[in-house]
Design a protein. Structure first.
Length: 284
């Protein structure tokens, strides 16, 4: 037995395809099914009743809890059975009843980075790219082609629209509805999601220098709270102190195709409009 109480090997009830490659130090739990062309690395712990359907690469020291489904077909009507992959980085934890689909022909890959925590009931759709040290809380659900940068945190029961990006070191509060990009180093939240400032506490915990945080805060105020059009604000920031973090913030916004999540006070004229909420006449 290992120090965590797990013995390497396969439970007698597990079903493993002959083409799968399972490291000798890995643990495969009861009634787990592992399909063709799956690779499982050293010291991986796979719980009971897990399905790894096919074409999935699981790096070393990953933990997969009961009932998780990995490497299943994309939920995309355009998917025509082409061979695609799912990759899980080292030391990542995948908790109960999560679903992680493979990619489609668009990119061929769904990827979850290293040292990431995927909590219960999370859905990671086709062609999503999740970075390292990311935390996805219970019930986060995302459409295809979502990108979440390193150290991103997404609160529980948040829905993320397809093709949306969440930048590095950004934090999204629980119950949000993310339909625009969330800029790196920022805080966002709310059912009509808005950005609320720089993720100062998170950056301090990760060792960012005070000067770097102050530069980000100054850039944030110029971009999101000056009241100027977005392009004008970005040009003003570019003429000022361009630390590596500020440069990343500006470039992320300039590259945005969906528009960035705006603050409650600031320029929205360069951003795509959100749909209006209407009440039904028959509502009680």
């Amino acid at each position: 037995m290992t120090s965590a109480g797990y013995a390497p090997g396969r439970h007698a009830t597990a079903v493993v395809d002959a083409s799968a490659s399972i490291a000798s130090s890995a643990t495969v739990g009861a009634y787990t099914v592992i399909g063709p062309d799956v690779e499982v690395g050293e010291r991986v712990r796979i719980g009971p009743h897990v399905l790894i359907e096919r074409d999935t690469r699981v790096a070393e020291d990953v933990r997969i809890a009961k009932g998780a489904v990995l490497g299943s077909d994309p939920q995309d009507l355009k998917y025509a059975g082409e061979r695609t992959f799912l990759e899980i980085g080292a030391r990542t934890v995948v908790r109960e009843f999560t679903t992680l689909n493979r990619g489609t022909a668009a990119s061929g890959l769904t990827s979850v980075g290293a040292d990431t925590l995927v909590m219960a009931y999370v859905h990671i759709a086709h062609d999503c790219l999740i970075g390292d040290h990311v935390v996805l809380a219970n019930g986060v659900t995302m459409g295809g082609h979502v990108e979440i940068g390193d150290w991103g945190i997404v609160g529980g029961l948040t829905g993320i629209h397809q093709f949306t990006r969440i930048g590095r070191h950004a934090m999204v509060g629980g119950g949000a509805r993310v339909s625009r990009d969330v800029a790196p180093y920022t805080l966002a939240g709310g059912s009509r999601t808005r950005t609320y400032g720089v993720n100062r506490i998170g950056l301090e915990r990760r060792g960012f220098e005070p000067e770097a945080i102050r530069a980000l805060q100054a850039a944030y105020r110029t971009i999101f709270r000056s009241g100027d059009p977005l392009r004008t604000s970005l040009d003003r920031v570019r003429r000022g102190e361009m630390t590596p973090e500020v440069r990343e913030l500006v470039q992320f916004i300039r590259d945005s195709e969906r528009g960035v999540t705006a603050t409650r006070v600031g320029p929205d004229d360069d951003l795509p409009p959100e749909p209006r909420e209407t009440k039904s006449r028959s509502a009680v």
